[in-house]
Ligand binder design. Sequence first.
Ligand code: ADP
Ligand code: MG
Length: 728
Amino acid sequence: MGDNKNRFRIEGLSCANCAAQIEEELRTIPQVKDLTVEFATQSMHIELHDGQDIDATMAEAGRIASRIEPGTVFVPHQPLNQERQGRDEHNVRDLPVEIQDIVRLILGGILFVAAIFIPLTALLKRLLFGIAYILIGGDVVLIAVRNILRGKVFDENFLMTVATMGAFAINESAEAVVVMLFYQIGEIFQKIAVHRSRKSISELMDIRPDYANVWRDGSLLRVSPDEVLLGDRICIRPGEKVPLDGVVEDGEGFIDSMALTGESEPARVQKDDRIYSGSINLDGLLTVKVTTRFSESTVAGILNLVENATHKKAPTEQFITKFAKYYTPVVVFVAVLLAIAPPIFIDGEIFSVWLHRALVFLVVSCPCALVISIPLGFFGGIAAASRKGILIKGGQYLEALNKVDTVVFDKTGTVTEGVFEVSQIIPEEPFNQNELVEFASVAESHSSHPIAKSLRKAYPDVSVEGVTEYQDRSGAGVRAIWKGRVILAGNEFLMRSEGVNIPDRSSNGVESTATVLHIAVDGAYAGMITVSDRIKKGVSKTIDDLKKMGVRRTVMLSGDKKSVAESVASAVGIDEVHYELLPAQKVEVLESLQRNIAGSDISRKKNRKIIYVGDGINDAPVIARADIGVAMGALGSDAAIEAADVVLMDDDPEKLVQAIGVAKRTHGVVWQNIAFAMGVKLLVLLLGAGGLSGMWEAVFADVGVALIAILNAARLIRMPGEKYSKRE
Ligand code: ADP
Ligand code: MG
């Protein structure tokens, strides 16, 4: 995050509508460049223009926010490398309602029942109803009045106040009280439901380790993970969270990395294995040498991603916020018409009857169900996905995953494991095998390409000192100067572009499906090393499943030669393959696929997305360019995490199918909620206009529907895991 971006926790934010309004008004502060308020996580992202002072801006923001919803406070978000105080990161208190509020409601309810059943004079009855009303809904009225004084009119409190006061006016006192009671009870249930979803979200996110046991001067100290230094030795006891990334030096045992990768099978680790922060040590006592500072650790990266995910709102979410802004005033306007027009223009119609109908309208006019439940739905989807080791960087990508038309895969490291085994070493005169291996290892010593890594692993003893110049020829190979000699190592394209002749006979006896590493020294061809890679298991099934989920076409891009690329693609059932591509050409192919899908039709472009799945090596530009860029193998590689919109925490392509599954469910729930809320409201509005539904139904259409929609959204958070794709 740059210096101008800040994150704040918002305390005391209880109304989703207010969140939307706060966002809108804060956006108009001149110092603010970009800003989002997220109700589900009670947080705010704010980005200032250069040179602006955050404290001054926040003072103003605080004033605006507390005008809109009294009691809201912005608290600076604790950066990950600071000790967290308590576990209320997402602002989860134990009970979202005050006891005295419940007592007031109960007392009011008793008075109400008394007023109905005890025979009293009409005047006394009204008095009792009046007291019950004040007990039950007094705070609503007060808030409404205060908001009006602050120039904020169409909120829920106002609508309820007008509707119930109106009922009193037309001598429907009992109805006024009951409607208010119903509304308040609904609000309480809503608060509890929202609270519980938030709590389960924050539990899902609870992968942050709280402490590390580190060896210092012969004794074991318990310190905060960010105080641990590179190279420190930490001790992890059974049942503890792994606090930092590192390599096991002593001990062995099983590690549960479910929260990181979604992998439910614990994995066995022993000496020299890497382990990742955020996973849990199940049974062994491990001594681990720390390889990464906490701020750059796996767990910090994930938390950052997830916390920032809600920042990018889905189009549906944005639409609903806009819609809500117009919906309420329109309904209120219709209500006024309804109260006035018929009695004036139609003979024999009575004002009080139409006023009652108009009041029903008012109660229904709050768009709360939508405003609360839809962001909650997207956030629930994102949280559920992260539980499976799928990090989705925003609601907009979660929504886009519903509309996948084409899935494009990179070959090395994505479809294949990216772990090469050396199979043949064929030197050219006058070099021998050892020299060829030495040249190759030296040239590749600075490369992060899987071929380079595999060579280093195969020949760990080759001394690679003395490299004076090194150049990465992205997607083709490398060029290095070593002891004054120019060494090239790479594919045919590299040789050709450097003017090196590959003798024809050299490829005799080489398997056509092996990747070939050609080596040249001082412009002369020195021979080749063939390496082969394995196709990941589960890729064919993934391709099948993608097809079943409605993906129309699968494509593979590779920088490798034709024979290798084609054999891999046909082995897993990929439809189309492009080979011998440099990184820039991969971008071109992707763009031409995009053009082919969309043609001149803009709506098609919106509804037919291209996913690109890569490992981030030589293909970060393609990941960035795709509609949805997916990075594989994130345990480790930073570049890919940065460029991608979706990160699959383990290298398993099957996760792609699960990600689309989560997206489809989220989409389903969100649209169920939209249809349900709008449907019920419309129905009650129509019936209300005809005098067929009263305030009871109207209150249900408001709070009842909101409650059901929230509960429906909450289902996403508890979405079952692994078996999803199989059940589809
Ligand atoms: P893919 O598109 O299959 O993922 P890359 O884009 O990573 O593959 O690389 C394309 C080709 O470029 C490889 O098949 C290899 O022949 C060559 N290449 C790239 N980097 C290197 C390197 N460091 N050493 C040797 N060959 C390389
Ligand atoms: Mg690649």
